[in-house]
Write a protein that binds this ligand. Structure first.
Ligand code: FSB
Ligand code: ZN
Length: 307
């Protein structure tokens, strides 16, 4: 039988046949309406710690491409925000459209972004990702929107590796040339950094890509004093209890969607779209529109970390 996918015969509308949870009470993605999100002052600062040496391999799994991480230690973790305990980074991947008017899974006031990055973490109170994936508090996925703008040099390193995984491959390719440099960044919420200090916040956002510096060949430059002084504030536009957005659609994800998008250039989007759903030897099918449409909220509360 043909597996699930995003085509006419096996797309999101057919997933409920093999995965009845597709119509469950906490499915993802959703449309986020900021004015309906509840400001939650108890949300702690999000602490993101990513370690350069953990990037393991890059893989085209026939639905997206993902960069897998070694997750046998707490060297790349997510804590704070709405979650309690420590969640380990397992992999990150993307969803994108055939054109810039669509591609993201979550939407904001119905607006679609051309691409959405998912950083997938699992709760270390469980022995493995597979165990955590079936628990209501097992996973936490950080969702970051990409918007069309200047080319993102950090993203480019990942995209350069795509030539080697143009078609669905089974094994992880070594990422020798893609040692990632991700920084230990404390975020803080209330230290006088209000929305009014736009200047400071704006300059902070210049450092923002550091967080998502998903790979850089050179040795990480030592953070300058000013960088140390900068606390990165990550505004959460919506956090809610949801699910995996692809089969098995397990309802085990605490979603944390960030407000600030990162940039991607049209040429870089073309690179995403050069990937194939198909495997070697199959008729080539461009990997585009690999996003699930928004699902019903079913009474869920969406919380935000800012007014
Ligand atoms: N788009 S997303 O919501 O961020 C998402 C994240 C991870 C998966 C995944 O790991 N699937 C395989 C899988 C699922 C359950 C158990 C083991 C697995 F390998 C699927 C979707
Ligand atoms: Zn995803």
């Amino acid at each position: 039988s043909h597996g699930w996918g995003y085509g006419p015969g096996n797309g999101p509308d057919t997933w409920g046949e093999d995965f009845p949870i597709a119509n469950g009470p906490r499915q993802s993605p959703i449309n986020i309406v900021p004015k309906d999100a509840k400001y939650d002052s108890t949300l702690k600062p999000l602490k993101i710690k990513y370690d350069p040496s953990n990037a393991k391999g890059i893989l085209n799994n026939g639905h997206s491409f993902q960069v897998d991480y070694v997750d046998d230690s707490d060297s790349s973790t997510l804590t704070g925000g709405p979650i309690s305990g420590t969640y380990r980074l397992k992999q990150f991947h993307f969803h994108w459209g055939a054109s810039d008017d669509r591609g993201s899974e979550h939407t904001i006031n119905g607006i679609k972004f051309p691409c959405e990055l998912h950083l997938v973490h699992w709760n270390t109170k469980y022995p493995s990702f597979g165990d955590a994936a079936s628990q209501p508090d097992g996973l936490a996925v950080l969702g970051v929107f990409l918007k069309i703008g200047a080319a993102n040099p950090r993203l480019q390193k990942v995209l350069d590796a795509l030539d080697a995984i143009n078609t669905k491959v089974r094994t992880n390719l070594p990422l020798r040339s893609m040692q990632s440099n991700l920084y230990i960044l404390e975020t803080n919420k209330g230290s006088g950094l209000t929305r009014s200090n736009n200047g400071l916040l704006l300059s902070l956002l210049l450092f923002y890509p550091l967080l998502l510096d998903i790979c850089r060949e050179s040795r990480p430059p030592f953070l300058t004093l000013t960088q140390r002084l900068f606390f990165l504030v990550l505004w959460i536009i919506g956090t809610y209890d949801g699910s995996l957005t692809t089969p098995p659609l397990l309802e085990s994800v605490t979603w944390i969607v960030l407000r600030e998008p990162i940039s991607v250039s049209p040429a870089q989007m073309a690179k995403f779209r050069s990937l194939l759903f198909s495997g070697d030897g199959d008729a080539p099918r461009c990997m585009v529109d690999n996003y699930r449409p928004c699902q019903a909220l079913k009474g869920r509360q969406v919380r935000a970390s800012f007014k």
